[in-house]
Ligand binder design. Structure first.
Ligand code: ATP
Length: 337
């Protein structure tokens, strides 16, 4: 508790003076509702609106000032005893705050709220949360479901790397694809925008020699070969048609492996959509409770976890079934198929 009071009082959280002063003056628990706000997500025009609605709903607002800070604030909020911690931002901010809750080992103690103020807001969309005002209605009255949380651990001996994703993980993302994905395309296609850009910019030497091992409900499955990307969905799947929301209460990851094909086949967005069809020979789809992705070359590969990138050589992913309580919108479907 001292930590978050220190953060609030010490001015390390930007313009949180009003709530911070009041809470510190109280000398008590800094509110049982804390909202971590990314003021620059999306087009950055949501700050005052979110603050007003959050204030009405009784939240203490903490603003992130830099990348990564929302992880720390999520952890501090949970350690301070908050029982409702919300993230206002895009998928990246939601991911950061959830990582903070994980670091505090607080998934069983905290309800997590999502206020979509990012560019793609893919995770919020998959939970039926349609906008900022709607998010506050959902926080007040939405049905509270327990959602799977996916983790990825590095397979190195020292096991230093550990990641978390709520929505999706993409393996094989080049730095250029990640940097050159336009906000317009992200807005239109969500995470698929990275895939489209990735496939458009893929070059001969970008092929990924991969070995994939998947623990599927019926059997172990293995795949090896040259891939362009591996898409792993927790709340998101990558279908040819129909809903892109996955069942995110089943303890399973939706895995799509896109094999390398001649680049000319991958240039059109329509072709990318076709790629996800079941009939194509270039795509493998499996559902897995655990997935190991092993890169069979010397340099590491770019992975995007809910849009935040990091490099690894080998990762084992799994889901914690129904590990985090989140209020969801009316259109959320626990079993979208
Ligand atoms: N004050 C800040 N200044 C600069 N960057 C920040 C700040 N606070 C957070 N960030 C970073 O902003 C990045 C983008 O945030 P986020 O992913 O939430 O929004 P987005 O990219 O607009 O939306 P989406 O991921 O849904 O498309 C994250 O990496 C986050 O760490």
């Amino acid at each position: 508790m001292a930590d978050i009071r220190g953060a609030l009082a010490g001015g390390s959280v930007g313009e949180n003076a009003v709530s911070g002063d009041r809470l510190v003056a109280d000398g008590g628990v800094p509110g049982d509702r804390i909202l971590v706000l990314n003021p620059v997500s999306g087009n950055g025009d949501h700050r005052e609106r979110v603050r007003t609605l959050a204030d009405r709903a009784g939240f203490t607002v903490i603003e992130s000032r830099a990348s990564g800070e929302a992880v720390e604030f999520g952890r501090l909020a949970a350690e301070a005893g908050a029982d409702l911690v919300a993230a206002a931002g895009g998928d990246g901010t939601v991911n950061e705050v959830a990582r903070g809750l994980a670091a505090a080992d607080a998934f069983d103690a905290v309800t997590f709220g999502v206020v979509p103020t990012g560019t793609g807001n893919n995770f919020a969309g998959n939970l039926g949360i349609e906008g900022v005002e709607h998010a506050f209605e959902v926080l007040a009255n939405g049905e509270r479901r327990r959602i799977d949380v996916a983790t990825a651990e590095e397979d190195a001996a020292d096991r230093e790397g550990s990641e978390l994703f709520l929505n999706s993980c993409i393996a094989g993302l080049t730095a250029e694809a990640s940097a050159s994905t336009s906000p317009e395309l992200k807005d239109r296609l969500g995470m698929l925008a990275y895939v489209v850009t990735g496939l458009r910019t893929v070059r001969e030497f970008d092929a990924l020699p991969l070995a994939v091992e998947a623990a599927c409900p019926d059997a172990e499955r293995t795949w090896s070969g040259e891939a362009v990307m591996v898409l792993v969905g927790n709340a998101r799947r990558f279908p040819a048609e129909g809903r892109s929301q996955a069942n995110c209460e089943d303890g399973l990851l939706e895995v799509t492996i896109i094999e390398r094909t001649p680049p000319s086949n991958l240039l059109q967005e329509a072709a990318v959509h076709r790629l996800f069809g079941d009939e194509t020979e270039h795509v493998t789809n499996v559902r897995a409770s655990e997935l190991r992705v092993d890169v069979r070359r010397d340099e590491p590969v770019g992975f995007s976890f809910d849009g935040e990138t990091a490099e690894y050589e080998a990762l084992t992913m799994e889901t914690g079934e129904r590990s985090l309580e989140i209020p969801v919108g009316e259109s959320y479907d626990p079993d979208p198929e």
